[in-house]
Ligand binder design. Structure first.
Ligand code: BES
Ligand code: ZN
Length: 607
């Protein structure tokens, strides 16, 4: 471990030391200024000394303009210093705090135009073209560019907010809406999050937004133009929530809404409490991508209740969430379907290990992030390697016993932030009389590079037809064309996706790819998971024909899962590299910070 590159001993990515002084409540009062692309106002931090000798609090800030800091209880000014900026990590804000054990400080500040958490969209970048839009993405470490805070997932606080926005726009947050106050040209939206949350779960979206109710607990939000499509796509939410409760225990967040974001949203989904943010690429028209919703719902327990203490233990968030996502799949569609989804994940993992390089330390389950930007460390590994480990443990102890353990783990660590060690010692104490625990090689699972050390056998009934069809293509000698639409007409969407994942892994000729387009017309498919794997297969054999469609695909979405691998493939093809770079330069203004930043690295335009 490179300890001098860690910003603090417990979290390599945050200066704050919440083990000494902890923020227990955050009250935000902000005005959304679209003209200057700024949030301005103040934040009140209620602080609680753990170490009573400590007379200062350390906060993380990135590109914030701090105007003043006062003791809110008596109005007196508090001294503070701002340290040098350390690239993406930002700066240390040290504030001298009152002597008493608890106090509240008020920091007046403004965000900057370049705040990495925020994306400001012009009216022409929205569906309706009439009103501007703002949204945030704070995970992993961008909250510090939206508000001064202890930007580490090791500490949680409740929050409240008053957000002033121009009429007729609507503000939404990862909280319960309390009231809306009319103020002439503007409206004030009041929110309250009464369950303590880590900084990366504070989220905001402002735009011309409407909602439709799908159950007493859930609404779907979007711009008016796509609300009906969104409601259709996500109508299964109440069933998903019921299944998730069966796996994890009671839902504590009161409401579960979904907001369909503008296309530049860089992720598939983000588990902001009370209000999941999702990419519009989920609107496939056939509900075939609801596994992403199941995933974000699952985070209501794994991630949002039981939280990784820093992003070196990210697999505790994501591996556990993929595990719950697939348990939900199993409850709804049966064990074979669940295990088929796991096989799909395994293909994604194989691809990710190839992309990262099998010797890359980031392929470990638990990683060392000293001096590493967590945006650079993001990959499928914690998701799928984590899932494989939990599935292995389920098989080892037996489903019945492991299901009970899982619920008890959530109950034990809810409202807490934990490390892999906490999970390990709880599992060992829970199963202390069960000698199966002796079989677990912890170091092997947690620290080996590349693919998981053990891959348990999965039910392959859904997989077999995909493999059979691919086999036919591989063995085909080119004489008359024995393929057509009917080969895949009874495939589920997930089987088409898996067929293409297997295709991508194999070396198939350009002639066969062309014949496949003629038979199945993947070029014009509307499902982005299909398009991703299909276009990558086309790029692998350097087929020029679909190139325009491929550029259209990456120019119409900012979802990094799609944009990054395609740009990497384009870069690796000498003849189109320059065109890819020019395309990026032309379109980067429409991308959110994190997508722009990672793609410019993928294209070797920065180190
Ligand atoms: N919390 C993540 C998204 C995230 C991770 C944002 C790290 C920033 C940093 C979210 O829950 C997620 O995993 N989304 C996936 C969904 C998929 C695994 C079903 C995505 O965006 O594709
Ligand atoms: Zn997730």
């Amino acid at each position: 471990m490179n300890s001098n590159k860690r910003l603090s001993p417990n979290d390599p990515g945050s200066y704050s030391l919440p083990e000494r002084v902890a923020v227990s409540h955050i009250n935000l009062e902000l005005e959304v200024d679209f003209t200057n692309e700024k949030l301005k106002g103040f934040v009140d931090l209620s602080i609680n000394k753990i170490d009573e000798q400590c007379n200062q609090i350390i906060l993380d800030i990135l590109d914030l303009n701090v105007v003043s800091i006062i003791n809110r209880d008596n109005g007196s000014a508090l001294e503070y210093t701002i340290g040098d900026r350390l690239d993406v990590f930002g700066s240390k804000l040290e504030v001298q705090i009152p002597l008493c054990k608890t106090s509240t400080i008020r920091i007046a500040y403004e965000t900057s135009k370049t705040a990495t958490a925020l994306q400001w969209l012009l009216p022409e970048q929205t569906l309706g073209k009439k009103y501007p839009y703002l949204f945030s993405q704070n995970q992993p470490s961008h909250a510090r560019s939206m508000l001064p805070c202890q930007d580490t997932p090791s500490i949680k606080s409740t929050y409240s907010a008053k957000i002033t926005v121009p009429k007729p726009l609507t503000a939404l947050m990862s909280a319960v809406s309390i009231d809306i106050i009319d103020c002439g040209d503007s409206r004030k939206f009041l929110f309250e999050q009464t369950v303590p949350v880590q900084s990366y779960l504070i989220a905001i979206a402002v735009g011309n937004l409407v909602s439709k109710t799908i159950s007493p607990m859930s609404k779907v939000w979007s711009e008016p133009e796509e609300i009906d499509k969104a409601v259709y796509e996500f109508e299964e939410i109440p069933e998903l929530l019921k299944c998730a409760e069966k796996v994890c225990g009671p839902y504590v967040w009161k409401i579960y809404d979904v907001l369909v974001m503008p296309p530049s949203f860089p992720f598939g989904g983000m588990e902001n409490p009370c209000l999941t943010f999702v990419t519009p690429t989920l609107l496939a028209g056939d509900r075939s991508l609801v596994d992403v919703i199941a995933h974000e719902i699952a985070h209501s327990w794994t991630g949002n209740l039981v939280t990784n203490c820093n992003f070196e233990h990210f697999w505790l968030n994501e591996g556990f969430t993929v595990y719950v996502e697939r348990r939900i799949n199993g409850l709804l569609y049966g064990e074979s379907s669940r295990e088929f989804a796991a096989l799909g994940g395994l293909e994604d993992l194989r691809q990710a290990v190839i992309d990262l390089g099998a010797q890359n330390p980031l392929t470990k389950l638990v990683v060392d992030l000293s001096g590493i930007d967590p945006d650079d460390a993001f990959s499928t590994c914690p998701y799928e390697k984590g899932h494989t480990f939990l599935f292995y443990l389920e098989k080892l102890f037996g489903a019945e016993k492991f299901y009970l353990f899982f619920k008890s783990y959530v109950d034990k660590f809810k409202y807490k932030s934990i490390s892999t060690e906490d999970f390990k010692s709880y599992l060992l104490s829970y199963f202390r009389t069960n000698n199966k625990t002796l079989q677990i090689d912890w170091d092997l699972w947690l620290y080996t590079l590349g693919m998981p050390p053990i891959i348990p056998p999965y039910d392959s009934s859904y997989q077999d037809v995909c493999e059979k069809l691919l086999d036919r293509w591989i063995k085909w000698d080119g004489s008359d064309e024995p393929f057509n639409e009917s080969d895949i007409s009874c495939f589920q969407t997930s089987q088409k996706i898996q067929f293409l994942a297997l295709l991508l892994k194999n070396n198939i000729t350009l002639i066969k790819i062309k014949a496949m387009q003629k038979a199945y017309n993947f070029n014009n498919n509307r499902n982005c998971e299909i398009l991703l794997r299909w276009f990558r297969s086309c790029l692998k054999v350097k087929w020029l024909d679909p190139l325009e469609l491929i550029f259209k695909f990456i120019n119409n979405t900012g979802r990094m899962k799609y944009v990054r691998p395609i740009y990497r493939d384009l870069y690796n093809w000498d003849e189109v590299r320059q065109k890819a770079i020019e395309n990026f330069e032309k379109n980067k203004q429409c991308m959110m910070y994190v997508c722009q930043y990672t793609v410019s690295k993928d294209l070797h335009l920065r180190d």
